[in-house]
Ligand binder design. Structure first.
Ligand code: PEP
Length: 252
């Protein structure tokens, strides 16, 4: 595997309920990863906390948002643009999370968002993943189509601004993560899909895993899954656990 910087992303979703708590988590994470050298850490709070947390970004802890809109400006009630995000020192955007897809976000909208984000020099964390992982193997075709649709017309020169987050939907919020061997199989498959699209340049795209990662399984998944890091939901709100997972990734 090409040596790329490792990446751990915390998706806070619609949490925590106060800005004070958000500042506390971000501060604890920032202090906790002071000596982490090889791993980029990205905190993705709700939109309203981005500006108040915009003092957080340093070399190793960065800010990301959980969504974005693809138009530059105009009459789009409730939406937030890429340039507005960049004013809050946001450099990553989670796009196509399964919870947003469940709310109706389409592959076409996801593709527009990926193009808008990468075009402006931010990094798109493109979420893909099947709802069911069974012996029929349909999950491979589903994940392949999600990747191809999301990255349609994204040029080779922007690939440094793309991360693929493989998140089997059934593992998100679940008790158990996907077994490390299966994560490895999927990482290899995703790499092949990307290679077929972009050739050798695809090796510059980081592939991370998300779905029930915690302090107990992180070591096993990072060792056996051959991914570049994790996208983490619940455990990213517990600064101590999140930092522990980051350290596991950093030392692996
Ligand atoms: C997620 O929502 O992207 C996620 C991975 O959640 P959790 O870590 O809680 O399973």
């Amino acid at each position: 595997m090409k040596k790329l910087k490792k990446l751990v992303v915390g998706n806070w979703k619609m949490n925590p309920s106060s800005l004070a708590e958000a500042k506390k988590i971000a501060g604890d994470v920032k202090r906790g990863v002071k000596n982490t050298k090889k791993t980029q850490v990205v905190l993705c709070p709700p939109f309203v906390y981005l500006y108040p947390l915009s003092g957080v970004p340093r070399t190793s802890v960065l800010l990301g948002s959980q969504n974005v809109f693809y138009e530059e400006a105009g009459s789009y009630t409730g939406e937030v643009s890429v340039s507005q995000l960049s004013q809050c020192k946001t450099s990553f955007v989670i796009i196509g999370h399964s919870e947003r897809r469940a709310m109706g976000e389409t592959d076409d909208q996801i593709n527009r968002k990926v193009r808008a984000v990468t075009h402006e020099g931010m990094t798109a964390i493109v979420c893909v993943g099947e709802k069911i992982h069974d012996q029929h193997g349909d999950y491979l075709a589903i994940v392949k189509k999600q990747i191809q649709d999301a990255l349609r017309d994204v040029s080779k020169k922007l690939l440094d601004h793309v991360v693929v987050a493989y998140e089997p939907v059934w593992a998100i919020g679940a008790q158990d993560a996907m077994p490390a061997e299966d994560v490895h199989e999927m990482a290899l498959f995703i790499k092949k899909v990307l290679r077929d699209m972009y050739g050798i340049l695809a090796d510059g795209i980081r592939i991370i895993y998300g779905g029930a990662v915690n302090t107990f399984n992180a070591q096993h998944i990072i060792d056996g899954g051959y991914v570049h890091g994790f996208l983490i939901g619940r455990e990213s709100l517990k600064a101590k656990n999140f930092v522990e997972i980051i350290k596991i990734v950093d030392l692996s």
